[in-house]
Design a binder for this molecule. Sequence first.
Ligand code: NG6
Ligand code: CA
Length: 507
Amino acid sequence: MTRYYLVSTLLVSFLIVAFFGCKSEKSDETTLTKKPNIVIIYMDDLGYGDMSAYEAGTLETPNMDFLANQGMKFTKAYAASATCTPSRYALLTGTYPWRNKDAKILPGTAPLLIGTEELTIPKMLKQQGYTTAVVGKWHLGLGSGNVNWNDQVSPGPNEVGFDYSYIMAATQDRVPTVYLENGLVQGLEPDDPIEISYSENFEGEPTGKDNPELLTMNWHHGHNNSIVNGIPRIGFMKGGEKARWVDEDMADHFLEKAKEYVKEEREAPFFLYYAFQQPHVPRTPHPRFAGKSGMGPRGDVILEADWCIGQFMETLEAEGLLENTLVIFSSDNGPVLNDGYYDDAVEKLGDHTPWGPFRGGKYSLFEAGTRLPFVTYWKGTIEPGQSDAMISQIDILNSLAALTGSSERSADGQNFIDTFLGQADQGRESLVLEATSRTAFRQGDWVLIPPYKGPAVNTQVNIELGNDSDFQLYDLSKDKGQQQNLADQHPEKVKAMLEDFVAIRGE
Ligand code: NG6
Ligand code: CA
């Protein structure tokens, strides 16, 4: 039987060689040196409990679940921060965001946050022969201080390692509300230039504050400057009428760009950072999804994002790339319901729990701020499974470097490629968490939150921030929801953790 098998295998191999022997040497070479494509799908404000594979919430997210159930689903994975810009900075550079004092939520006019000399995932992968692209939300600053949106906008993604970029500059709620392709605003007409200010309005331009009659979505806090498509935004914008995006089409638009990129680069090893805008505010589902979740626009845009992921994965499959592509799926920070607009997110939530079993949410030092869905999927290479290893998004750079044979490493990141591929269960021993410039220390099963001044709750968004006048110590193995502060009971633990924390963080 065995011998028969061996002989028949040899025979088949011989036939294959004989039959395909005329194929060029080049194709053999490509097979030998072919590195896997890498895609990072990055959500904006999606919580641990927003995905049905993680928590049995009310939403059904079959396409996200497919990745989780057919790949490695991580239960102790963290974003580097509880807000967007610092998390994205850390994801791409493998560096803790609190090391960079400017890594805060940026206005649409902020200069590029990543230094053009800094190591980034796309830069590292380029050295390894990859073509690289970002499609979607950027929010890492552009230019060097005084952006002229009517000219080539630089430096930007293309100067920190991306060969191709198709982005919105900041967030969906911030101006300029336009797309940029490789630093050029799309659809801009020369006789209608764009002007942007984050300090004052342009004369005669309506605002959310003064012209409620023009609004299709009402603001709750902030978000009362210029009105675009009936939605009041953060920041003032004038001109560029033809270049302005249609909010309801944004998801389809980015999906189209992501699909085009994959089709064009199917022969190359490529890296695509596909940065979704959902479910960040303003939540503007395409009419195909409006009302579909029964949970208002926040639920609807999660269904929309889920559908986009399905479409994107179908494209990988149709192009024959599924078995040669590592997909990493995660989110930039925890969930928030009312983030500045009246959009029924609170009113229609029902029994859904975006934060899963955790306390807090976006902006919070409590777990829900940074503990997020994290999945690695690679058909045929990663066996379906679950990992309870503690990992951070700052570990992606070093892990991908190890995967692709690069010797580059970031100082803060660790290499967990074997864990990502389901071949090991090793994770971090400790990790510094960040939320709006405050930090906490996660070690083993424990988390230590130092005292911070400031309100316990951000009442505008109704999220507990983690501030307290005393040390807080939680044992997450027994108390996921951080209800029992054990600091008084374990002063020696507080002291020991504080020492290790200070050794990494500094004073
Ligand atoms: C806050 C905005 C919030 C959101 C956030 C950035 C106000 C009052 N709130 O300042 O709506 O835009 O910034 O979110 O303006 S993030 O996910 O990009 O970090
Ligand atoms: Ca975010």
